[in-house]
Design a protein around this ligand. Structure first.
Ligand SMILES: Cc1ncc(COP(=O)(O)O)c(C=O)c1O
Length: 376
């Protein structure tokens, strides 16, 4: 039986006090996530470290992440966060002066700075400026030329909630030999990411938002084209095939994405992320997406009738995500934010607007609390 939103809610003690609607920022932890990490910590407090035992778990978590993306586990590497995932590509491709990267203006810095840093190698970062926050795939593709090596984009824009048509983008660029690199942190765990139907070359995310995992761990999907072209810059014992041979050096890299996991893994983080992904898989990615969109749609429908403006009004259903950003034409966003906090409603303040981001286990009562606390 799938895990219902009500059952999942019972695993979130934070819901007893707060209407927590801020999954685009940092997710609270569910009790099974916490207890999974605690089991690891207490075992290591009481017993000698059992490598084989924890490696089995690490393998299981890799399998679960792969299941969530509908790919094989050999294409998944664990990372520290989204930025370090994107950094694998920025430092690992064989750039030449005159190459360029096409990105999108107003992306979160995680998906800008790794590319900007390549200017020292003579690599240009071209930014697409989305009109009214709407990314037109055809116009974006037109920015690519024969020196474009990478197109870097978020699956969902962190500020507006605009969801990109990754399938159309991936299909358009496949023929042009441009590697499609996706920052998926605002989608993974909330919106379905079926990579069988979405030809991207690289996709990564930290666990701390919609994936409902701890902070300081994440994953990267490394597709076949990317694996072929990417050199692991940081290599260590875990990058190589003979990872338990410490004296006969042999720099033969593992044949898959694990070559990017250089050494001692973040077991507490990986195990915690695995426990969170288990919950999402038990709920079912389709059911999670439907519930998130239903809750977000309710806000998109009701906020305007209460005098609030949406930062982005999606024109097509496929542009929607779990992020609803809004402002009042006259009221100061910081004051509204404080007022909501005092009412136990947690959302984000981002420059001149507010951003709500409900997840599967949120209820209509949580949204009522938000709507009632907002002055009209
Ligand atoms: C689109 C996007 N990418 C990345 C991040 C965070 O990056 P990291 O996991 O490296 O901290 C955020 C967080 O706000 C984000 O919204």
């Amino acid at each position: 039986m799938p895990l219902t939103p009500q059952e999942m809610r019972a695993l979130y003690p934070i819901t007893r006090r707060y209407a927590y609607l801020d999954h685009a920022a940092i997710a609270p932890l569910a009790t099974p996530v916490r207890s999974t990490i605690e089991v690891f910590l207490s075992r290591l407090t009481e017993e000698p470290f059992d490598l084989a035992h924890w490696e089995r778990f690490r393998g299981q978590v890799r399998g679960r992440i792969a299941e969530l993306l509908a790919v094989g586990p050999e294409s998944i590497a664990f990372t520290k966060n989204t930025t370090s995932g994107l950094g694998l590509v920025a430092v690992g491709l064989d750039w030449e002066a005159g190459d360029n990267i096409v990105g999108v203006d107003r992306e979160f810095p995680a998906n800008i700075y790794p590319w900007m840093g390549l200017s020292r190698k003579g690599v240009e970062l071209r930014l697409y400026r989305a009109e009214h926050g709407r990314i037109d795939v055809k116009a974006l593709v037109r920015l690519c030329d024969r020196r474009t090596r990478v197109l870097a984009i978020s699956a969902v824009q962190f500020w507006s909630g605009f969801r990109t048509d990754l399938a159309a983008l991936g299909t358009a660029l496949r023929a042009r030999d441009v590697l499609v690199v996706v920052d998926a942190i605002q989608a993974a765990g909330a919106m379905r990411l079926d990579l069988r139907a979405t030809p991207v070359d690289f996709l990564c995310a930290g666990a701390q938002k919609w994936l409902l995992g701890p902070i300081g761990v994440g994953f990267a999907y490394i597709g076949p084209r990317m694996l072929e072209r990417l050199t692991p810059v940081t290599v260590g014992t875990d990058s190589v095939v003979r990872d338990e041979e410490y004296f006969e050096y042999d720099l033969t890299l593992k044949p898959d994405a694990r070559r990017f996991e250089e050494a001692a893994p973040n077991y507490p983080g990986i195990l915690g992320m695995g426990a969170a992904v288990n919950l999402l898989l038990r709920a079912g990615p389709a059911a999670v997406e439907d519930a998130v969109l239903r809750l977000a749609d309710r806000l998109r429908n009701e906020l305007p009738s209460r005098g609030y403006e949406l930062v982005l009004k999606p024109t097509m259903p496929s542009e929607r995500s779990g992020i609803v950003s809004f402002r009042h034409p006259r009221m100061v966003p910081a004051e509204l934010h404080t007022r909501l906090r005092e009412a136990g409603v947690i959302i984000s303040l981002r420059s001149d607007f507010l951003r709500a981001s409900p997840h599967y286990y949120n209820s209509d009562e949580d949204l009522d609390r938000l709507l009632e606390a907002l002055p009209q």
